[in-house]
Design a protein around this ligand. Structure first.
Ligand code: UT7
Length: 314
């Protein structure tokens, strides 16, 4: 009998410090009006003392509570992050220890598509019977790799974490997924260090990223729907990577999805990279918009480029 990877718990965590667009006006040649109009972002959270594992831990505890399972029952932990606390070991292993889990744990690096890649990986483990309970986390401290003197990128990013618990299910769960990479665009969006022990910051050709994101994400979503024998009318919600409201709107338009069916948290979170989809998901689950049986599409793109989409029955 086919096994599905079903979401049985969600959780999220944001560090307490709020940085508004007006705060950024004091540091950069920018203004609230420009940022809201061009990105849809009004504020973001930024860590002070906390690291990526600290944020991941809080989100994971909430997801495990909702799933009503103990960390010792987990068979696998996958942590999607671009901002690991150390070059090694994997931040996932530190999370495993702090949760009191005993299972294998590894990090996944696909930048803003990290959660899609991590969920797709977890899906394989559950569908082939190698794991029954998997914790998938997206956690980022993007503020540590932002160039705070670059107004074209510093205004975009925020810190936070989101987590889901997946459980093997006989009926439903992740219905289909597609992931892609195209490494010819590395220099369009990357961290500038060339050696591992040099400090580097995000460099981005924003306009180029924007155009490629819209095309690749809408094509990916269309493929995932077509390969699942579903249409956009079957979707209850799209939970997109929260990078720019104009990218999200353009993708929704290209696939003919009304914006009333799109979960948006960008205004308060900014772009939290691998954390943005599970953060948005948790917000909408806890405020009652997303319910059991809803059909959701997740989509995201990040540096590389790497991108993809995931169709889920909640
Ligand atoms: O998760 C994936 C990662 N990244 C993304 O998804 C980002 C994708 N790209 C974007 O979101 C957009 O390209 C940005 C928000 C980064 C920029 O928006 P844009 O509409 O593409 O603006 P632009 O780069 O074409 O710049 C337009 C103007 C320029 O001035 P001039 O040359 O027209 O005089 C910029 O210098 O806006 C200027 N500008 C700003 N002005 C005020 C750029 N950044 C700012 C700023 N405040 N923060």
């Amino acid at each position: 009998m086919k096994k599905f990877a079903r979401i049985i718990g969600t959780g999220s965590y944001l560090p307490p410090k709020v940085v508004t667009n007006h705060d950024l006006e004091k540091m950069l040649d920018t203004n609230d009006e420009w940022i809201v109009a061009r990105t849809g972002i009004s504020e973001r959270r930024i860590v002070e003392e906390e690291g990526t594992c600290d944020l991941a831990l809080e989100a994971s505890i909430k997801a495990l509570e909702m799933a009503n399972i103990d960390a010792s029952e987990l068979d696998l932990i996958i942590l999607a992050t671009t901002t690991p606390d150390k070059i090694f070991p994997a931040t996932a292993t530190m999370l495993q220890n702090r949760l009191g889990a005993k299972c294998p744990a590894f990090d996944m690096q696909a930048v803003c598509a990290g959660f899609i890649f991590a969920m797709t990986t977890a899906q394989q483990y559950i569908e082939n019977g190698s794991a029954k309970k998997v914790l998938v986390v997206g956690s980022e401290t993007m503020s540590k790799i932002v160039d705070w003197s670059d107004r074209s990128s510093a205004i975009l990013f925020g810190d936070g974490a989101g987590a889901v618990v997946l459980s093997s299910d006989d009926e439903t769960g992740i219905l289909h997924s597609n992931i892609y990479s195209d490494g010819q665009y590395v220099s369009s969006l990357h961290v500038s260090n060339t050696r591992i022990n040099e400090i580097g910051f995000i460099q981005m050709a924003g306009n180029e990223v924007f155009k490629i994101a819209v095309t690749r994400l809408s094509n990916s979503a269309k493929t995932t729907l077509r390969e699942s024998n579903m249409t956009v009318d079957d979707l209850t919600w799209m939970v997109p990577h929260q990078a720019n409201i104009r990218i999200i709107t353009a993708v929704a338009k290209k696939i003919n999805l009304p914006m009333e069916k799109v979960i948006i948290t960008l205004s308060k979170h900014g772009n939290t990279s691998a954390a943005s989809i599970p953060l948005a998901l948790d917000v909408a689950v806890r405020d009652g918009r997303i319910n059991k049986g809803d059909k959701l599409i997740f989509e995201g793109i990040g540096g590389g480029f790497s991108w993809g989409s995931l169709l889920v029955e909640f």
